[in-house]
Design a protein around this ligand. Structure first.
Ligand code: KQY
Length: 366
């Protein structure tokens, strides 16, 4: 693996939309007992179900810390590749590489990772092993990488249509724990260079009380160019209501990089999900890690789904809106099989299916 000194834009590489063909999907195995209850056993089962669901559509690689290698290998079916890789937690979307392609080759963008806010409001310390994951994945894939030592970004904070449009939130990208030395224009110029985008749409906020400072991947997802699925609530008493209304009104007025207006499909949120006393008791308390308190509201959203080759894997919360979400996704993704995976255990760790996966694009071999 070479570390390149240029940028994807200069080299003619772009980040593809998630709905474009994949070569596979990368994940990390959960294990830390101060984020996952009961020594991460229930989370490991949930991650196994996600990996199995995705592996029906494309190859899955699971990165596993040394102590968990045997257990993971034994819990995962043999069609899932298991590789030993040190890590601090299990969020491949956020610490893994953002893959870019020129249609013939893939490369990785290796952003700096600081656990969603570093010493300002990060979620755990240290995060050095996570920060090395993207480089290691690129190495295993023989993909050259662009390394940004001084620019913090997580994969869950960006969504692209692969045709020049990027959507982000101000809450996250302008948060004091990421790149406080840069203003909005300077951040935009880094994003234009490294994702090769021309139009950047800023929404004010993500999902209410999302511990990532409002990652866009919990609020919406592109179903294809010009089509966005937006998390939605009709409950005016919920603080989420204003957030959704604002996002909708911006998206309705916006155009994408090709000048198209957006088709916006609403994806109703589940009812408020909160941590139970029993769930909170299962998590170790460690100074420096965000505690999991009984009664805390969780940032549950059906927008946190993964688009695979021929499939969509979305979270189930045991909520009446599970079925409605499935119907919306089936309509938005004709020709893909929509598969629900019960995801409360992932949510209890602070994220969901999209946050624990990272797609690797397919390139033609010619
Ligand atoms: O992208 C995400 N939603 C990850 C959340 C990380 C939470 C760490 N406890």
């Amino acid at each position: 693996m070479k570390t390149l000194q240029s940028t994807p834009r200069r080299d003619g590489f772009r980040m593809p939309g998630e709905f474009e063909p994949h070569r596979g999907c990368w994940m990390i195995w959960p294990q830390r007992p101060d984020n996952w209850r009961f020594g991460a056993k229930p989370a490991q089962e949930a991650f196994t179900e996600v990996a199995k669901a995705i592996s029906r559509f494309e190859p899955v690689t699971m990165c596993v810390d040394r102590q968990q290698y045997d257990n993971a290998r034994q819990m995962l079916p043999e069609n899932i590749r298991v590789v030993e890789m040190s890590n601090n937690d299990a969020w491949m979307r956020d610490c893994g590489p953002t893959f870019v392609t020129n249609g013939k080759e893939i490369r990785g963008v290796d952003w700096s990772f600081n656990a969603w806010g570093g010493l300002v409001d990060g979620l755990y310390f240290p995060w050095d092993e996570d920060d090395r994951v993207a480089g290691k994945v690129c190495d295993l894939e023989r993909a050259d990488r662009y390394r940004l030592r001084d620019f913090v970004l997580e994969g869950g904070s960006i969504h692209v249509d692969g045709q020049g449009t990027l959507i982000v939130t101000e809450e996250c990208l302008l948060s004091p724990g990421r790149n406080p030395q840069l203003n909005r224009e300077q951040i935009e110029s880094v994003l234009r260079e490294y994702l090769n985008v021309d139009r950047i749409i800023w929404l004010p906020k993500g999902i209410y009380q999302d511990e990532t400072n409002g990652h866009v991947d919990n609020l919406l997802q592109f179903a294809g160019p010009g089509h966005v699925l937006l998390a939605w609530t009709q409950d005016r008493a919920d603080p989420q209501y204003e957030i959704c209304q604002e996002a909708l009104s911006i998206l309705e007025k916006e155009r994408d990089a090709k000048g198209r207006p957006f088709t916006i499909t609403k994806l109703l949120l589940p009812a408020n999900v909160r941590i139970t006393k029993e769930e909170s008791r299962g998590v170790d308390r460690v100074e420096g890690t965000l505690p999991r308190q009984a009664g805390d509201r969780l940032a549950a959203s059906y927008a946190n789904f993964y688009i695979a080759n021929g499939g969509v894997v979305f979270p189930l919360f045991n909520d009446p809106n599970d079925e409605k979400a499935k119907e919306v996704l089936e309509k938005a993704f004709p020709g893909r099989e929509v598969v629900g995976v019960y995801a409360r255990e992932i949510l209890l760790g602070g994220g969901n299916i999209h946050c624990i996966t990272q797609q690797q694009p397919l390139v033609s071999q010619g």
